[in-house]
Structures are given as C-alpha cells and as structure tokens.
Design a protein around this ligand. Structure first.
Ligand code: ZN
Ligand code: ZN
Length: 335
C-alpha cells in the first residue's frame, strides 16, 4: 500500500497540481489574485501538455516512445540526485554577489524589462558556453540527444547543468542590480516558457508565430537550435527574447527547403539512458587519454566539441563554413 501512496504522491508532484487542487477544493478563488494563486495554476500546464502530447502521439500512431522513455528516466534520476543543488547555488550567488552589485533596481515595470534583458544575456552566455566549451557540452549534450521533438525533451538535462546555468545567470543578474524577488519571477516565466518551446509537431505543426516571431523566440526557432543540419548548428541560443542572438549573429530562422534533423552529430543510441547521460564524458575521456602531452589534453577540455590535436577539426564552425562554401559554389554554377 505504501508503494501505491508514494506513487500517487509522485504523480501529483509531477503534475504540480497539489496547490491548484487545494484551491479548487476550498472554492476560495480570491487567491487567484495573488502571485501564489496564479503560479499554482501555471505550474501544471507543462506536465499536463506533456501528457496530452503523448496521448496525441499515440492517436497519430507516432508515439516517439524512445524519446519519452529515456527522458522520463532522466527526470526520475534528476529528482533524486540534483533536486536541491540548483536552489543552493542560487541562494549562495545572491548572498555573495549582491554586496558587489553596481547599483540596485526597484520594482517598476521598466526595471522589469531591464532585468529580463539582463537575464536573457546571462542565459545566452551560459548556453553559448554549453555549446562551445567541450566540458560544458558534456553537461548540455543530454538535452540535445533526442532525435524527435516533444515536451519531454524539457526534462532531458544532466543533473549538474541547472546549477552551472544558474550560477552564471544569477551572478550576472545580481551584479547588474536585479532584485532577487524580480529574479525569481523571471526564473518562473523563463522556466515555463523554456519548457513550452519544446512543444512537438504533433501538437503544433507550424510554430513561428507570424510577426511575433520577429521579437520573441518561438518553438520554431528552438527546433532549429536542436537540429544537427549544418545550416542550423549552434544558432538560436536565447530563450524568450531573441535580441542577443541578433546582436551576436547567431540568429537563424527555420527554412522550408531545409528540413530539421534532430539530435547530435556523434554516433549514439538515443534510446539508451547511459549513452544519452554519460556518452559525451566517455568520448571526452577517450580523447584526453589518446592526446599527446598535457597541453593537448587540456585543450580537449576547453576547446569546442570537434576540436582535434592533429588540426583536423570538425567543429561546428568548420562544418558550417564548408556547408556555406558548397552552397555558394552551387549558386555560382546555377547562375
Ligand atoms: Zn543548446
Ligand atoms: Zn531545448
């Protein structure tokens, strides 16, 4: 019976419906005017959508079960191992860096916009490094392993990635004078929207949001980010506002002539938890072991994925420039 109880609690916990259920039962809808009241109804949106997506997938007979299976395993693993580390890191960063802040903002709407732009900058930095530094790619690659897109991809993260991401994002925000209260509101919006952009084609086929897509990052942009096509590799690092991708030249729209192929370029088994979770660490370990000299070994840790001590690099920069050169040659031949 105890197992059933735990299972029930885990299920309710996964859907995040405890608070919302309490409100519905009490009939006290006044609380919906408070921050807690609103969030208690927003938190279950993503888990419920994941469930709906899975059902729709089954109905369309395209269940993508491999992806769901591994991502749920990761979700369970992370719940037990990495649950509190990220919270601890955020608290520590606030404590350490707030006294060093350049100035303090106040709770007004214009400082909120400022704070969001700063947060998005922190997100860009963390995410960019996650793709360009091999060690950080080991943490981030779990999220890019799935070869299909659906909301369960939201849960596919290596457990140390959130603490690493939050250290960078929180530190930048706090040093730039963002108030912790405002930071938590932004984290909540960012987390919910960041989950939503993984919505699968089964639920939302075309997801570029028309003219809105010029200003905000849409699921279509994020699908591009998850693609391994040379045209799409290492683009669209932002989460909700795409300003920093435009500023740093990493913005890329989805093109009709270039169909998205999800996943990473390494030979791997996306249905195998161990490979999805630890595969990149194993690959890095092998490269370090085989590299001659301490300098080369160190370079493997800090250089982008695809860097090679022989000079035969296969980084995304090399792959992309080869692709653009071939495209140019084709265009010339056609002209
Ligand atoms: Zn990424
Ligand atoms: Zn993603």
């Amino acid at each position: 019976m105890e197992i059933l109880e735990t299972l029930y609690e885990e299920l309710v916990g996964f859907f995040g419906i405890t608070q919302a259920w309490e409100i519905l039962k009490s009939g006290n809808y006044e609380v919906l005017r408070t921050y807690e009241g609103i969030t208690s109804f927003i938190i279950p949106i993503i888990p419920l959508l994941v469930f709906l997506e899975l059902i729709l997938g089954l109905a369309y007979k395209k269940p993508q079960t491999r992806v769901y299976k591994v991502n749920f395993l990761i979700y369970v693993f992370n719940r037990f191992v990495g649950r509190f580390i990220a919270i601890a890191v955020v608290t520590l960063c606030i404590g350490w860096f707030q006294p060093l802040a350049l100035f303090q903002t106040s709770p007004t709407w214009y400082w909120f916009i400022y704070a969001y732009i700063i947060w998005e900058f922190g997100h860009f930095i963390y995410h960019y490094l996650g793709h360009k530094v091999r060690l950080f790619w080991c943490l981030h690659s779990t999220h890019h392993a799935p070869e299909d897109m659906n909301l369960s991809v939201t849960y596919a993260h290596f457990f140390l990635e959130a603490p690493y991401a939050d250290t960078i994002r929180t530190t930048i925000c706090i040093l730039a004078g963002v108030q912790p209260e405002m930071l938590f509101v932004i984290m909540f919006i960012d987390g919910t929207y960041g989950a939503f952009i993984h919505v699968g084609e089964n639920v939302m086929k075309k997801a570029n949001f028309g003219f809105l897509g010029k200003y905000i990052l849409t699921p279509s942009h994020h699908r591009v980010h998850h693609a391994k096509n040379p045209l799409y590799m290492d683009t669209n690092f932002c989460n909700l506002l795409n300003i920093w991708d435009r500023a740093f030249g990493t913005y890329q729209e989805e093109k009709e002539y270039e169909k998205i192929r999800y996943g990473i370029t390494r030979e791997m088994d996306s249905g195998n938890f161990m490979d999805v979770y630890f595969g990149e660490f194993v690959a890095l370990g092998k490269d370090i072991w085989n590299a001659p000299g301490i300098k080369n070994k160190l370079m493997y840790v800090i250089m982008p994925p695809g860097w090679n001590h022989t000079g035969a690099h296969m980084t995304s920069k090399v792959v992309r420039s080869e692709y653009f050169n071939t495209q140019k040659a084709k265009d010339k031949a056609a002209a």
